[in-house]
Design a protein around this ligand. Structure first.
Ligand code: NAD
Length: 482
């Protein structure tokens, strides 16, 4: 296997230029397929955040006053430059996150292009001022937005926030995840090549406690948009409350798929397992709990074991691999720990387990786990309650519909839920009773114009579409004389 060229990011992108950080510390970046170091990025300091916020503040009024048409043009130029770097970005995601080739070359790197184009479309047709009764209501940008993101969709999370925030006329300071920072550097190159005005998007590399909290606490950052764990989201919410700044939080999930007794069983189970395995289970909205009629349990176990046991596990550099490695050693240990807990707490291991998957010798240092299915899972078990963020499915059984809904909603999270049934009307009725920001019915697909976000401890606010765009706008009532 040819060695992946090392990529060391040594500077932040501030005010339209590459700027050396105030510190010399770096975070190493690992190839999840092999465990080899493939690069690094700065662990910047608080003064770098100061510089970035200052640049974003200086740029903001000019960017807003430039007008919607000109801003939309800039957004489209960024989309083109991202597309031109598609191959490079996909290869990086494949290494940093372990996503298989379909995902690395697909949603991981194409959604960012779509985000910039969709935000431009929305901007071009958006009415920033409307008449409401005797008043006018104007929508205006907040000013400088702080964006902090997780590692699982490293480019998408950075770009969806940046695209919609700047479309609305804000400027942005982004902190990408220190675990997967490399695509953000390529994004900065794309911004440069697209001729985006200086200071509109600034990228500061670093960790959460130093750079992340400096962004959250900065008095000139008027709104925070965050994707990550509920734990960090709670902390960001607390800090933001001190300065009464708005937060939009996209947090964790423990999403159920309710299979109704009349569902086409094989199709429904297959759908659930395949959904869970996307991005190797490293998804906040993955359908990690399958809630099934007790009388169908043996059949569900058989199909789930068949599908899960049949997928190829290995390096994502191999195009026939379905489940690649996890993003980091920490994540690998974490997921293995949950598999251990599942066994210890008495769930029935249907397929998978703690044995290491077989991979080629040169991949021995990678972060692989065996995709696993547990059955007989009860609500008190860790694998039913906590977010695992890996390819581990928990099957829970129910006796009647009321109990199915109770089990599905018995979680502190509420990001995504799904229902599969033979009768669409009944499935839609069940969908109406599931406590989640997004509900998939009978395998329906996702639309970037529809809102993305969660109920309960899965977050506050929405991304994508008009809903995501309006998150980044303040509302001003203008009382005109009548
Ligand atoms: P994380 O919370 O550890 O880190 C996310 C980001 O926050 C990183 O950039 C990190 O440096 C930063 N951070 C950490 N502590 C901070 C603090 N005190 N102040 C400011 N910034 C801080 O999460 P992760 O491990 O990178 O990602 C996994 C989590 O993200 C999972 O819980 C997953 O569900 C969630 N996630 C949610 C969505 C969604 O849309 N709802 C999407 C993807 C991932």
């Amino acid at each position: 296997m040819s060695e992946f060229p090392r990529r060391d990011v040594t500077q932040n992108y501030i005010d339209g230029r590459w700027a050396s950080p105030s510190t010399t510390a770096v975070a190493e970046v690992f190839d999840s397929n092999t465990g080899a170091v493939i690069g690094s990025a700065p662990l910047s300091g608080r003064s770098d955040v100061e510089d970035a916020v200052a640049a974003a503040s200086r740029a903001q009024q000019g960017w807003w006053r430039m007008g919607a048409a000109a801003r939309a043009e800039h957004l489209r130029a960024v989309a083109r430059e991202l597309e031109a770097r598609h191959e490079e970005l996909s290869e990086l995601v494949m290494r940093e996150v372990g996503a298989n080739q379909e995902i690395s070359y697909g949603s991981q790197t194409m959604t960012p292009v779509m985000s910039f184009n969709t935000a431009a479309d929305i901007l071009e047709s958006y009415e920033f001022i409307e008449q409401v009764g005797q008043n006018k209501v104007a929508r205006e940008p907040f000013g400088v937005i702080g964006a902090i993101t997780a590692w699982n969709f490293p480019l998408h999370l950075v770009t969806v926030k940046a695209a919609f925030a700047i479309a609305a006329g804000n400027t942005v300071v982004v902190k990408p995840s220190e675990i997967a920072p490399l695509t953000a550097a390529v994004f900065a190159e794309a911004l440069d090549a697209a001729g985006l005005p200086a200071g509109v998007i600034n990228i500061v590399f670093g960790n959460g406690l130093e750079v992340g909290e400096a962004i959250v606490e900065h008095p000139d950052v008027r709104m925070l948009t965050f994707t990550g764990s509920t734990r960090a989201g709670r902390r960001i919410g607390e800090l933001a409350a001190q300065k009464v700044a708005k937060v939009a939080l996209e947090l964790g999930g423990k999403s159920p798929l309710v299979i109704l007794p009349d569902a086409p069983l094989e199709e429904a189970v297959r759908f659930g397992v395949q959904d869970l395995l996307l991005n190797n289970g490293q998804r906040c909205d993955g359908l990690t709990r399958m809630v099934v009629p007790a009388e169908l349990l043996p059949e569900v176990e058989r199909v789930a074991a068949d599908v899960m046991g049949g997928v190829k596990v290995g390096p994502s550099t191999d195009s026939s691999v379905v489940v690649g490695p996890l993003a980091s050693q920490t994540q690998q240990e974490r997921v293995r720990e949950y598999i251990r807990k599942g066994i210890d707490q008495g769930a029935k291991l249907v397929v998978g387990g703690l044995e290491e998957p077989e991979v080629p010798a040169e991949n021995a240092g990678g972060y692989y786990v065996r995709p696993s299915v547990f059955s007989g899972v009860t609500g008190d078990m860790a694998i039913a309650k906590e977010e695992i963020f890996g390819p581990v499915l928990s099957i829970q059984s129910y006796d009647d519909l009321e109990q199915a809904i109770e089990i599905a909603n018995d979680t502190e999270y509420g990001l995504h839920a799904a229902v599969y049934g033979g009768d669409l009307d009944e499935a839609l009725e069940v969908a109406g009773r599931l406590e989640a920001g997004m509900v998939t019915v009978n395998g329906g697909g996702m639309d970037l114009l529809a809102p993305f976000g969660g109920y309960k401890q899965s977050g506050i606010g929405r991304e994508f579409g008009l809903y995501g765009f309006e998150e980044f706008l303040e509302v001003k009532a203008i009382r005109v004389p009548t």
